[in-house]
Design a protein around this ligand. Structure first.
Ligand code: UFG
Length: 334
């Protein structure tokens, strides 16, 4: 049985990945410092409380385990915060990731899956965005991810470390079985905030800008179901472990939905009114971000299973109701 290290396995995407790996029969070790993750989101395998800044912790971990591959989800992800506090982003997302890569090289572990982002492209020059699109990040978050993508190219040349960079567009939804979901604190993402407004945990949803150059004036994004996202990770990991060369893919549904459309579908799915407040544009939001994921479909044989926006919202709603609002649920006011 192959053993996989999932760094950040207690977070939103990492926890869904751990569950999928276990279901596929892999042995899993989760490393997480629980700064943003939750230990009870790690549904199985071994859990190690530790930080990528701690090289001794990494040495111990790699000495005690023979990993067939490493998946890295432990990044800071807030664009606005990265502008205010760039050091935090370069320290964690870049310097700490280097510690992890060094530990892999020192222990001859050669398969690395890296959570990258659409933010590496900056303001789109065209859409849908394919892998060839210029990389011109406009904030430290995007730049920190693009730096590591370039570091990985050099580690491949120097050490033969094979990697797959997966550039997420808008990861959304929740485990279809209702066991896991999104628990960011603070929550900044559109779909969970819309559903908090539907469940009554917040009074309304603020729409950031209705004057974009889009059909209804609100921003268009490409929402990809968390299960489909994890499926792409699994296919990429297995390809690398089978000896494939380093790769990079854009991951989205290839279909854009506006903020207004998300709210409209959420109203249908939840049967709730969802009060809306209009406000100014949020700084740094491009009008339209849609992925061209045809390369991932071709090279990985990846086929999104939950491409409908209504399904993504339905699963997120199940989580919102059961985890936050259900009997014995975590009653929190947003
Ligand atoms: N939005 C609102 N109101 C809110 C929250 C969001 O109108 O309360 C809008 C945003 O302005 C944006 C859309 O909803 O137009 C989606 O916003 P999210 O914050 O959910 O997601 P982003 O597209 O801003 O961010 C995603 C990832 C980031 C990544 C970025 C790439 O979550 O990690 O794409 O640009 F950096």
């Amino acid at each position: 049985m192959k053993k996989i290290l999932v760094v950040g396995g207690a977070g939103y995407i990492g926890s869904h990945m751990v569950k999928m790996l276990l279901a596929k029969g892999y042995e899993v070790v989760t490393l997480d410092n629980l700064e943003n993750g939750f230990q009870d989101a790690v549904v199985g395998g071994e859990f190690v409380l530790g930080d990528l800044a701690d090289r001794n912790c990494l040495n111990d971990l790699f000495t005690a385990n023979k990993f067939a591959g490493v998946m890295h989800f432990a990044s800071h992800i807030q664009v606005g915060e990265s502008v205010q506090n760039p050091g935090k982003y370069y320290q964690n997302n870049v310097a700490n990731t280097l510690n992890l890569l060094d530990a892999m090289v020192a222990n001859n572990v050669n398969a690395f899956i890296f959570s990258s982002t659409a933010a590496i492209f900056g303001e789109p020059e065209y859409t849908p965005i394919d892998e060839k699109h210029p990389k011109q990040p406009i904030n430290p978050y995007g730049l920190s991810k693009w730096m590591i993508e370039q570091v990985l190219a050099d580690f491949d040349k120097a050490h033969g470390l094979k990697s797959c960079c997966l550039r997420y567009f808008n990861a959304a939804g929740a485990d279809p079985e209702g066991e896991l979901g999104e628990r960011h604190d603070p929550e900044t993402h559109l779909i969970p905030l819309v559903l908090q407004a539907a469940s009554g945990r917040r009074k309304n949803i603020t729409v950031f800008g209705k004057d974009y150059d889009t059909p209804d004036g609100t921003c268009i994004r490409d929402y990809i179901h968390i299960t489909d996202l994890c499926q792409a990770h699994l296919l990429a990991l297995e390809k690398l472990m089978d000896g494939a060369d380093s790769m990079a893919f854009n991951l989205g549904n290839g279909q854009g939905f506006s903020v207004q459309e998300v709210i409209d579908v959420a109203r249908e799915v939840t049967g709730q009114e969802i009060p809306v407040v209009e406000s100014e544009r949020r700084e740094g939001d491009p009008a339209r971000l849609v992925a061209d994921s045809s390369l991932a479909r071709k090279r990985l044989g990846w086929k999104p299973e939950y491409a409908e926006l209504s399904t993504i919202i339905k699963h997120a709603w199940l989580w919102e109701k059961n985890f936050f609002c259900g009997e014995g649920g975590k009653q929190e006011t947003a």
